[in-house]
Ligand binder design. Structure first.
Ligand code: HEM
Length: 462
């Protein structure tokens, strides 16, 4: 005896489309719906049904990888225009997923992180130098834009030995503009019926041009490597071009390499940049937390200017890491992921789910369930103290997804973000001169839109 998944009354053809806002507001609307309709509800947009889940017991059930696997719902399907059979958008049964996963996993081992560390420090120094200039001029800087510059340069250098030199440019690298437009277009077309999309010829042409600009750049990156350093194997690109899979004896084909580079250039920076931006936002608003974090970095690096953070230093910044975890709790920058059952099944003891249906874990809602304690909307890094973590069920925190299709770049992201956040707060006070009010922006991932700060160099007394 199963019951239907709760939903609001739906209109024929439109479903719930007419009451669904666009972009980030859609996500905020869904978070609100989860409070009104309950932690499992259905949303239907022009015939596309989506079941959104934030019930911790059901999420625990959906985390059982013997029963559920990643699903590529319609929004990710559109992204295959960019990422094709790259890791993020590959279907589970596509042989290239397993092949690329096996070839690239070693590139995310702890040993590999050690190898990327000095490059990450170099990228962080470019950011620091840029903030120094703002500090001298007492001029505000757009935080998400800077964090995008930093994380894009970091993945470019660590992954592909390619320097986008974003801090030497007045505007972000052209790849970023094309990427943002393409992601926005893919998202917008997903929210509209196909019949409407056929009439947006100019936008479709721009979409094609943007994808061309991005793939041309990727071709250059790959060709440059083939000429300059064809046998290099210590970064993502080197592994992609030179690894033979021990199980099958095969290598990644050229199209797949292109799709992987595209995937890593996008997935490898957007989310981390957003996480750093949210963390800085909360630090600017919570002076006591900032001050405790500054004590931690000062204890490690002293109060002088000239610091040279080592790989093992990053593991010692446990409170800085708690700040990032807490920022990712409130605003998981990839705010959901979808799974489908391997066999027809019943979920939560009452909802029938067929193999061609999916459930989407709405992480910003999951991350606010009562298991998180009181005041779930407030920023409190203590939630990630070892004692509190030990007391909490494991499946209430999913910023990186679940199972073997979870984020391959998790350690990379956390190492980079902890290092950079530590270095920034070691050097600067954060002057929130405009008293910024949080506004969530969204293009595939979320960011605090329009968040500016004036960085101020710390004095010995700060
Ligand atoms: C997958 C989040 C950073 C590369 C995922 C998924 C999530 C996620 C939720 C699973 C998506 C799904 O199940 O549909 C994040 C967050 C990050 C971050 C919040 C930063 C704070 C990175 C970085 C890289 C990366 C730095 C690369 C260097 C990938 C890839 C996948 C993935 C390739 C697909 C893995 C697969 O299916 O095999 N990420 N990510 N991510 N992420 Fe990340």
């Amino acid at each position: 005896n199963t019951v239907p998944v709760p939903q609001r009354r739906r209109l024929p053809y439109f479903g719930h489309a007419l009451s669904l806002p666009r972009g980030a507001d859609a996500m905020l609307h869904l978070m609100k719906e989860s409070r009104t309709l309950g932690p499992v509800f259905n949303l239907s947009v022009f015939g596309n049904d989506m079941i959104l889940v934030s019930d911790p017991d059901i999420v625990a059930e959906l985390s059982n990888t013997d029963r559920f696997v990643k699903c590529i719902p319609s929004d990710l399907l559109r992204l295959r225009d960019l990422g094709g059979d790259g890791l993020f958008t590959a279907f589970n049964e596509e042989p290239n997923w397993q092949l690329a996963h096996d070839i690239l996993m070693p590139a995310f081992s702890l040993d590999a992180m050690r190898g990327y560390h000095s490059t990450m420090v170099a990228a962080a120094r470019s950011l620091l130098a840029s903030w120094d200039r703002h500090a001298i001029a007492q001029y505000s800087t757009d935080v998400p834009t800077d964090m995008t510059r930093l994380t894009f340069d970091t993945i470019g250098m660590c992954g592909f030995g390619y320097d986008f030199a974003s801090f030497d440019r007045p505007e972000p690298h052209p790849f970023i503009a094309s990427m943002m437009r393409a992601l926005n277009h893919a998202q917008a077309t997903n929210e509209l019926p196909d019949i409407v999309n056929r009439f947006t010829k100019r936008k479709n042409a721009q979409y094609a041009a943007d994808i061309r600009l991005m793939t041309d750049l990727i071709k250059d990156i790959v060709e440059q490597r083939r000429v300059d350093d064809p046998t290099r194997t210590d970064d993502l690109l080197g592994r992609m071009l030179n690894s033979v899979d021990p199980r099958t004896g095969t290598m990644l084909d050229d199209d797949n390499v292109r799709n992987q580079v595209m995937t890593f250039l996008i997935a490898g920076h957007e989310t981390t940049g957003g996480a750093l931006s949210f963390a800085l936002y909360y630090l600017a608003k919570n002076p006591a937390v900032l001050s405790r974090a500054q004590q931690e970095v000062d204890l490690l690096w002293g109060t002088g200017d000239d610091i040279d953070p080592t790989y093992s230093d990053v593991g010692k910044l446990t409170y800085v890491r708690q700040i990032l975890n807490e920022a990712l709790r409130l605003w998981p920058t990839a705010p959901g992921y979808a799974v489908q059952p391997l066999e027809d099944t019943v979920v939560g003891g009452k909802y029938a789910l067929h193999t061609d249906e999916a459930m989407t874990i709405l992480t910003p809602a999951l991350h606010r369930v009562p298991a998180w304690g009181d005041n779930v909307d407030s920023f409190d890094p203590e939630r990630f103290s070892p004692e509190q973590v030990a007391r909490r069920p494991v499946h209430v925190y999913k910023p990186f997804g679940n199972g073997e299709r979870a984020c391959i770049g998790r350690q990379f992201a956390l190492h980079e973000a902890t290092l950079v956040l530590g270095m920034l707060i070691h050097r600067f006070r954060l002057d929130d001169r405009t008293n910024y009010q949080l506004k969530i922006g969204m293009t595939l991932t979320i960011k605090p839109e329009g968040f500016t700060l004036v960085p101020i160099r710390r004095q010995a007394s700060d």
